[in-house]
Design a protein around this ligand. Structure first.
Ligand code: ZN
Ligand code: ZN
Length: 249
């Protein structure tokens, strides 16, 4: 490894520990607007809660994306089948684009923690209904993690598992480095590209799994991971994400 790479890695580590420390020192902030939270507020502040960005009604009964009133399924779920059973997302992607960007690329770890707490409170009953036995997350390749320092879905899954007292399957799913960026591909190309990216480390000793990711766009990633979980012993896969939507056909 050359010196520049070493220095890069060192500054990554340093940045990681600084943000960890900042998370510890600072009181809880709203995961969306950053305002300090009152004691009774969980994850987001009252005004963000009332702002209507949370998907609480008019969502697809399969994938959880927000849809037109009086519909049962989104276009995709109406026309195509999925590998997963059901899933929910906290927000419509279009409403919180900047927040997602900050989470994915700007090390906004406190936002991840806040939104995971919101998830844990909002979906506590859903998890019981789904009879979830263990939690896992959409993995990233070491190379992808290296670029940004950590994998947000892993952190969310860790918080959910801890709050709900469920086993966390930490290294169950693995990912090879994505050679082509998913963003630039169409639906068919995405599915093909994903086929070879994910794999499982051994059999899964649970049947009902919750899969966590940051964004649900076409469902191709959740489907690919669900299929691998099912090929390795899981019978039913459910998912939760921070946001859904945002894929332009
Ligand atoms: Zn707020
Ligand atoms: Zn749907």
């Amino acid at each position: 490894m050359d010196d520049r790479k070493k220095a890069d890695r060192l500054s990554h580590r340093l940045w990681y520990w600084i943000t960890e420390l900042v998370d510890l020192i600072y009181p809880d902030k709203c995961g969306l607007c950053g305002r300090l939270l009152a004691e009774e507020e969980i994850g987001i502040c009252q005004s963000c809660y009332e702002g209507g960005t949370l998907i609480l009604s008019d969502y697809c009964r399969k994938c959880g994306q927000s849809i037109e009133e009086n519909q049962r399924y989104c276009y995709d779920c109406h026309h195509f089948s999925h590998e997963f059973e059901q899933g929910y997302s906290l927000f419509d992607y279009a409403e919180i684009k900047e927040v997602i960007w900050a989470i994915k690329y700007r090390h906004a770890r406190w936002r991840v923690v806040a939104l995971a707490e919101l998830m844990s409170w909002l979906y506590a009953e859903v998890i019981k209904e789904w009879k979830i036995e263990a939690i896992t997350f959409v993995p990233q390749s070491r190379l992808d993690i290296g670029e940004k320092g950590y994998n947000p879905p892993a952190r969310i899954a860790e918080i959910l598992a801890n709050n709900w007292q469920l086993p966390l399957l930490k290294n169950q799913l693995r990912a090879r480095h994505k050679k082509k960026m998913q963003k630039t591909l169409n639906l068919e190309e995405r599915r093909k590209n994903l086929k070879n990216i994910y794999y499982s480390r051994g059999k899964i000793p649970f049947q009902r799994i919750l899969l966590v990711d940051d964004v649900y766009t076409t469902g191709a990633t959740i489907d690919a991971c669900s299929l691998i979980l099912k090929e390795n012993g899981a019978e039913h896969v459910y998912f939760l994400t921070i946001a859904s939507g945002g894929f332009k056909k």
